[in-house]
Design a protein around this ligand. Structure first.
Ligand code: APR
Ligand code: ZN
Ligand code: ZN
Length: 361
């Protein structure tokens, strides 16, 4: 039996999203039907609506979600109806060349549900990042569900499904921040703020938050930053060097996704240090660096996909840190809203006072 549920759909490039009735099939082999409890509003949802990802309209938006498994299809093991799960958009295959080399967080063949969700007239929907969770129910591959402690409220837990995990993982997984390291995070939105918190939890001795918005800097100090640098006011590279004995930070996380902030990250790191790019650039952006500096400064220039996370390893661990009072996920939830408020939440993204608006169902 298919399910008719309310959901947020982007029908046309640049047009406001609408709440519509969609049809969600019962789970087939390897799939899970999830009753969504909360889903954060991410920049990527807006990029879909603006046609910046691809042209496969209509899109079913939403991808930072937590909910309860309602039903599972044939052959699904590991989750069952009633389980509280966080959805992920990189269900690892276990077989591709990355997985077979023992690096499943790079999986090159991640999978999604195979049956389409549709509009009432049968038009198939393209679910954002293979999830589509601004919906009362959604259909995903079972591997996209990671069971976590149900004591965590859904609004906070769901954020681990994308931005918060990306930032936290950029520092901890990709940057491999360790005890005593100095770290700078450029851009302290939801992603960068999670990198700040992650770096501190990993034992960094200094965590320097860089942003051009004073409100973000103030908040970063409550999330684990030890120092702040206002990028609107001075030379970021100089300021970070000054705070790190004149050398630069061991790890610099770039969480803006722009050439100028990438250059700052490149020069604000110590010799043999690591730059982690987790901010997502747009296609026309280019970065120019003296090749001699790339060589001479050594170290590693890395990108972080989804925080190089392994959901089965990282989601339950971060939820446990949250429940233990060591990682304040609630601080990322600026407001809770309804399904009908997503368009307004997109507008608020530009204002800078929201880390995350979270749709609660
Ligand atoms: N220098 C420092 N900070 C900057 C600069 C700059 N030149 N320009 C913008 N910022 C800050 C903003 O003030 C804001 O606090 O970067 C932050 C970006 O935050 P958000 O817009 O909330 O974005 P977020 O959700 O954190 O995502 C950051 O990661 O996943 C990607 O697509 C996402 O590229 C985006 C990035
Ligand atoms: Zn794989
Ligand atoms: Zn996202």
């Amino acid at each position: 039996m298919a399910h008719e549920v309310r959901a947020v759909v982007a029908r046309k490039k640049g047009a406001p999203v609408s709440v519509e009735t969609i049809v969600v099939p019962d789970p087939g082999p390897g799939e899970a039907l999830v009753k969504v409890e909360a889903c954060g509003v991410c920049h990527t949802d807006l990029h879909y609506r603006e046609g910046g990802i691809n042209d496969e309209f209509p899109f079913l938006l939403g991808h930072e979600a937590a909910g309860r498994v309602e039903a599972v299809g044939e052959g699904v093991t590991g989750i069952e109806p009633g389980d509280f799960v966080i959805l992920n958009w990189r269900a690892v295959c276990g077989q591709c060349r990355a997985c077979s080399k023992g690096k499943p967080w790079y999986c090159f063949a991640t999978h999604n549900a195979t049956q389409p969700m549709t509009l009432l007239d049968g038009t198939p929907l393209s679910p954002a990042l293979g999830i589509g969770a601004f919906a009362e129910k959604t259909l995903v591959a079972a591997g996209q569900c990671t069971k976590v402690d149900p004591a965590a409220p859904a609004a906070a837990a769901g954020l681990l499904g994308c931005g918060v995990m990306a930032g936290f993982g950029a520092a901890v997984n990709t940057g491999a921040v360790g005890r005593g390291d100095t770290v700078a995070v450029i851009g302290c939105g939801g992603v960068g703020m999670a990198a700040v918190a992650g770096a501190r939890l990993a034992g960094a001795s200094k965590v320097i938050a860089v942003d051009i918005d004073q409100r973000k800097l103030d908040r970063a100090m409550t999330m684990g930053a030890t120092h702040t640098v206002d990028g609107a006011k001075g030379n970021v590279v100089e300021a970070v060097r000054e705070l790190t004995g004149g050398f630069g930070a061991d790890v610099v996380v770039e969480a803006v996704g722009r050439p100028e902030t990438y250059q700052q990250a490149f020069y604000a790191r110590d010799l043999a240090g690591t730059v982690v790019l987790v901010g997502v650039p747009t296609p026309e952006m280019k970065v120019e660096l003296p090749l001699l500096d790339v060589f001479g400064r050594g170290g590693a220039l890395k990108s972080s996909w989804y925080g190089d996370c392994l959901p089965s390893r990282d989601f339950p661990a971060l939820i446990d840190l949250y429940l233990g009072g060591r990682f304040d996920l609630d601080a990322f939830v600026t407001e809770t809203i309804g399904l009908g408020d997503v368009e307004e939440a997109f507008e608020k993204m530009h204002g800078g006072d929201v880390l995350r608006s979270v749709v609660v169902l």
